[in-house]
Design a protein around this ligand. Structure first.
Ligand code: HEM
Length: 460
């Protein structure tokens, strides 16, 4: 399924079929890995220094390399102790105030991203550092609203002198503020490196690279590379975890089956770790099914764009065409996923046994995008999902909340999601209770260890 939408003389193709998306965006990714022109967000606000909106070219290649070196499996392994400690804090938070599960998941993901990026953690969402970062993100979100800026449709307006264009002055002012924030954060890590007080983190790796070869990486490149991590990795991870809680609330047989597996492999005297992964195929299938069932980037994230003319199945696709992989349609294509709105991890254990077609990507879904633009944080995100999802399943029973007056079960709506390019469940209620006294005891003991470990990442 491939639909073309014309906006003036600019074509946008929306893909709803997994095979077409993989044919174009994976197999022909040399052609389809650019981004469309983003006049406000890309050119005026970030000077095209943010990876997400950077067009194809040498600068993008160099920035991708920076991301890969800081997020490769080896680098990701060095972040595992932080993920363990933050997951210990997360499950303790769920014991203390289970009704605030959404906030706890958000704090977990935010803290992890600032730890990975800058080597300092966030104890609560009111932390001044996190508030400044959120404020920057909220402003950036306003820049991407379709129709908000005429210059997006008529780029020539970008050339109007600043004195005649208050909107342009405001974007530039906010851009300066943003650069100042990102530089402050990056230089703070460098200061701490000098006093021997900077734990391993992405920014530290980049400063070390610059020390080896100052030509390789400018100060601005360091600030913008690390600045992209939070925006790209925080909401995406917490929204996926919230969808997982929604699925467990609405499909209780799945959690029960996972708990049988966890009891057999892990027992009650310790919580799961990544070493258990090969013996937890059902839990791993739950993670894949969560990413498929409710992909965060419903329209595939930031659109791709083609850099040369191409032909596909009799269609002519001109250079500069915008391509959207409609992940919602792709992940709910019934030829590949039968009863696609049911949460069925078994589809990943015995693929195609239900008569469906084999998914054209080895992951069995495309939640992290495609080709040369595929999410560089995938490994880090998968590690996070594994450690948090297995620990929640191991530690808690999740069930439907009950109406306090009638006593009737409250059934959340599995379609009630927020609007926008990134989507997460609307607030819903559920019950989250420790499975047994022994598990509760282990959670309490481990959370003390986690707190000790996180001391060195304390927010300053
Ligand atoms: C469950 C969590 C996550 C999901 C579902 C997700 C999904 C995505 C998707 C769909 C894209 C667009 C890919 C494309 O254009 O084809 C993307 C891009 C990106 N993601 Fe993630 N992501 C997640 C976590 C992360 C994390 C933890 C990081 C950082 C450590 C990260 C960093 C990025 C960056 C920098 C890009 C832009 C890549 C580029 O334009 O070349 N993401 N992600």
């Amino acid at each position: 399924m491939l639909v073309t939408v014309w906006a003036g003389r600019r074509a946008t193709i929306v893909i709803g079929d997994p095979q077409v998306a993989c044919d174009l965006l994976d197999h022909r990714s040399a052609i389809y890995s650019s981004r469309p022109r983003f006049v406000i967000m890309g050119e005026l606000f970030t000077n095209n220094d943010a990876l997400l909106t950077m067009p194809h070219g040498d600068k993008w290649r160099k920035t991708r390399k920076i991301f890969h070196s800081g997020l490769l499996t080896k680098a990701c392994n060095s972040y595992k102790p932080i993920q363990v400690a933050e997951s210990q804090r997360l499950v303790m938070d769920l014991v203390r105030s289970p009704e605030n599960f959404g906030k706890h998941l958000e704090r977990y993901a935010a803290s992890l991203m600032v730890c990975v990026a800058y080597g300092q953690r966030v104890d609560n969402l009111e932390d001044p550092l996190i508030k400044r970062i959120y404020e920057r993100m909220a402003y950036m979100a306003t820049l991407n609203v379709p129709g908000a800026f005429w210059a997006e449709s008529f780029p020539v307006l970008k050339l109007i002198p600043d004195c005649l264009a208050p909107w342009k002055r405001e974007v530039k002012r906010r851009a300066e503020e943003s650069t100042q924030l990102l530089s402050e954060l990056a230089f703070d890590v460098r200061d701490r490196m000098e006093t021997g007080d900077a734990p391993a983190c992405f920014t530290k790796t980049l400063w070390e690279k610059r020390e080896e070869n100052p030509e390789a990486l400018s100060e601005r490149e360091i600030a913008y590379a690390t600045g992209s991590l939070f925006g790209a990795g925080s909401d995406t991870s917490s929204s996926t975890l919230t969808s997982f809680i929604l699925a467990m609330t609405c499909f209780p047989r799945v959690a029960a089956k996972a708990q049988e597996e966890l009891d057999r492999v892990v027992g009650h005297d310790r919580s799961p770790t990544w070493c258990d992964a090969p013996n937890l195929p059902y839990c791993s299938a739950i993670i894949k099914e969560t990413l498929r069932w409710r992909p965060v980037a419903v329209m595939g994230g930031t659109p791709h764009a083609s850099i040369i003319d191409d032909h596909y199945n009799g269609h002519f696709i001109p250079k500069g065409t915008t391509i959207l992989g409609n992940l919602w349609a792709i992940h709910h294509n019934e030829k590949y996923f039968k009863d696609s709105h049911d949460f069925i991890p078994e589809r990943y254990l015995s693929p195609c046994e239900d008569g469906t077609l084999p998914y054209p990507h080895r992951d069995g879904h495309s939640a992290f995008g495609w080709g040369r633009r595929i999410c560089p944080g995938q490994k880090l995100a998968e590690n996070s999902l594994f450690i948090t999802i297995t620990r929640i399943l191991w530690g808690f029973n999740i069930s439907k909340a009950r109406d306090q007056i009638t006593g009737k079960e409250i059934v959340p709506d599995i379609f009630a999601y927020t609007d926008g390019f990134n989507s997460k469940p609307q607030p819903f209620q559920c019950r989250i209770e420790p499975r047994c006294p022994r598990v509760l005891e282990v959670i309490e003991q481990e959370s003390l260890l986690g707190e000790q470990f996180l001391e060195k990442y304390k927010s300053r």
